[in-house]
Design a protein around this ligand. Structure first.
Ligand code: GBH
Length: 457
């Protein structure tokens, strides 16, 4: 008997995002995104790094597809940059920008790799920030839908897996924090919690309008997903009372109740609305119907989790602080909680009325303190340990019958890690930023072996 064997057809992939890898910020008619402006502002990104050059994927995409061939993945998740397609945010389409993605996708298809395209991974056009404060305005949702129409009508013959938006909480709640320097672009401080919730409400609306736009213009049948970073609550042990406590906590988290609840159930979670009181966003008539579009798939990005136990207090559960020495990877928030993959899938599947909705882990991975050794290799056994444990938890979800269909490692290669610049490396391929050389790490070979044998090795 072989352990941790995945069913045939389990989808193995790797993920990236446009601003983090493409570079070529001024090439092919692209205009600035909020991340170009933010990273050019002193003090915002570590070491003053910007995505202007990044991994030069815009020029080196053919090499990068070769890397995927070497890895053996049949699925690749990447994102399309709105400021390449519609440089001013609204109005004229830049066909040169579209052509880049045509070339990339044709190259993927020629090598038997299925493209999964995220339509928005945080690079809002700066022009819309200047015009109306981007996500602060309801207009952003409508401009997003027009952008989606432009993309899908041009690339829908080649791409049938669409992901509307990546991690709504991140570019809204971390981009507009109240009263403190927001770590993400545009870095505008809004005045109230209500205004923050308004930005994420607009992004939800964009998701809904985007779904409608895809269905309206896709030339062939296609699959639509949202990619969300749920906050995963893990029971301290798997006795019924702690499991129940973890479920309750899952429902109350703003990160869940304010994003995945409205998308999957058509309403913000009642627990969250009660908690927010006057800080809840203004919701217009019809908004929740728009947001609650039928989906073909749900993408979950899961990196860590929070332990919860049952408590005798009023709420019945308690979030647990971690001990000082709790193991983590190379980010302050990256505590190693592998069961979060299993519990994230289980909570969503069991408690949101979507037992049969296919789920993909659209990001799973970690930063490690990678170094080239004297032989020019990166032996990242720590990343292998992290990924192996997470894949085992994914295997458990599959073997218990939860509808997990695939797993995308974050990331195919080291890249621009937002506020941390190039200081943090999440890739299974090392990038030498001096030479742009791609050097597969030990974790790359480990993952290739998992893919080859359809199991955790
Ligand atoms: C993903 O988000 C992104 O989709 C991807 O682009 C990124 O490269 C990858 O993670 C690695 O970071 O700073 O204490 O406020 C990960 C989810 C959610 C994790 C926000 C960090 C902020 C914690 N992120 N969270 S804190």
């Amino acid at each position: 008997m072989t352990s941790y064997q995945f069913p045939e057809g389990f989808l193995w992939g790797a993920a990236t995002a446009s601003y983090q890898i493409e570079g070529a910020a001024e090439a092919g008619g692209r205009k600035p995104s909020v991340w170009d402006t933010f990273s050019a502002t002193p003090g915002r990104v570590l070491n003053g790094d910007t995505g202007a050059v990044a991994c030069e994927h815009y020029y080196r995409y053919e090499d990068d597809v070769q890397l995927m061939v070497q890895l053996g993945i049949k699925h690749y998740r990447f994102s399309i940059a709105w400021p390449r397609i519609i440089p001013d945010g609204r109005g004229a389409v830049n066909e040169e920008g579209v052509d880049f993605y045509k070339r990339l996708v044709d190259c993927l298809l020629a090598h038997g790799i299925t493209p999964h395209a995220t339509l928005f991974h945080w690079d809002s056009p700066q022009a819309l920030e200047d015009l109306y404060g981007s996500w602060q305005s309801r207009e952003m949702a409508f401009d997003y839908a027009d952008y989606v129409t432009a993309v899908v009508s041009r690339l829908g013959d080649r791409i049938q897996h669409w992901m509307t938006i990546n991690e709504i909480m991140c570019f809204t709640h971390l981009g507009y924090a109240v009263g403190k320097e927001p770590p993400h672009a545009p870095g505008t401080q809004v005045n109230s919690l209500k205004q923050i919730w308004q930005t994420s409400h607009h992004a939800l609306l964009a998701h809904g309008l985007g779904c409608k736009a895809i269905r309206a213009v896709s030339p062939v049948p296609c699959l639509i997903a949202l990619v969300d970073n749920i906050s995963v609550t893990v029971p301290i042990n798997e006795s019924p009372r702690h499991i129940e406590a973890a479920k309750q906590a899952f429902h109350t988290c703003g990160q869940n109740g304010g994003i995945i609840f409205p998308v999957l159930t058509g309403a913000y979670s009642p627990a969250l609305i009660e908690q927010l009181g006057s800080h809840a966003p203004d919701i217009r008539e019809g908004d929740l119907e728009t947001i609650h579009q039928p989906l073909d798939c749900l993408g979950l990005n899961i990196y860590t989790g929070t332990y919860v136990r049952a408590a005798d207090n009023k709420v019945g559960y308690e979030f647990l602080d971690l001990p000082q020495g709790y193991p983590r990877m190379h980010m302050p928030w990256l505590n190693i909680v592998p069961e979060s993959i299993y519990w994230g899938i289980r909570h969503v599947s069991e408690t949101l009325g979507c037992e049969d909705l296919p789920i993909l882990i659209t990001e799973s991975g970690c930063a490690a303190q990678d170094e080239l050794n004297v032989n020019g290799e990166v032996i990242d056994t720590d990343r292998i340990m992290y990924l192996r444990q997470h894949l085992k938890a994914a295997h458990r979800a599959v073997s218990e019958g939860y509808p997990l269909k695939g797993y995308f490692v974050w990331s195919l290669m080291d890249n621009f890690e937002w506020a941390w610049g190039y200081d943090r490396r999440f890739g299974i391929t090392y990038i030498d930023y001096e030479t742009q050389k791609r050097i597969p790490k030990a974790s790359f070979d480990w993952y290739r072996e998992c893919i080859r044998s359809d199991r955790v090795v």
